[in-house]
Design a protein around this ligand. Structure first.
Ligand SMILES: [Zn+2]
Length: 153
């Protein structure tokens, strides 16, 4: 089975990990062009997905990678384009509705969550403080500010 170099977000080690499991499926969608025929699809598009499970030799925890490709997105030679993303453990926050300052603080907290619990808690507190600042919450301390945020929502 395959082996790749990955950063383990459980223990923080960058190491060679062995693929221990894999699952794949392909979804087909029929696209109709009713001006042409309502009985047969004009063409079929497909979405391919594969999940690879890797195990960290240091902490024996798993990392899951999702590989996707879409039949309408192909390379210059007609080859499929594979998009790879690590989906477990969560190591980033793909959102566009969380302000950058809050998101940066949260991502910093996620990075250390399996390494140092106390540092992670301080980073999470910083995240909440940045969130309160963004919402212009009033209060003498974090507890007050969070209550102030909640009242206005
Ligand atoms: Zn590990």
């Amino acid at each position: 089975m395959d082996e790749i170099i990955l950063t383990c977000f459980h223990c923080g080690n960058k190491t060679s990990m062995k693929r221990v499991a894999s699952h794949e499926l392909t979804d087909h969608d029929e696209i109709f062009d009713y001006s042409f025929s309502s009985y047969r699809p004009a063409y079929v598009v497909s979405l391919y997905k594969r999940w690879n499970v890797y195990i960290c030799p240091v902490c024996k925890e798993i990392t899951v990678e999702r590989v996707t490709s879409f039949s309408e997105e192909i390379g210059p030679e007609g080859e499929p384009i594979y998009n790879k993303k690590l989906i477990y453990p969560m190591n980033s926050n793909d959102t566009n509705y969380i302000p950058d300052t809050v998101n940066d603080a949260f991502v910093a907290a996620l990075k250390v969550r399996h390494l140092d619990g106390a540092v992670c808690i301080m980073a999470l507190r910083r995240t909440l403080e940045k969130m309160c600042k963004d919402k212009e919450a009033k209060g003498k301390d974090l507890f007050d500010k969070l209550k102030n945020c909640q009242r206005r929502n």
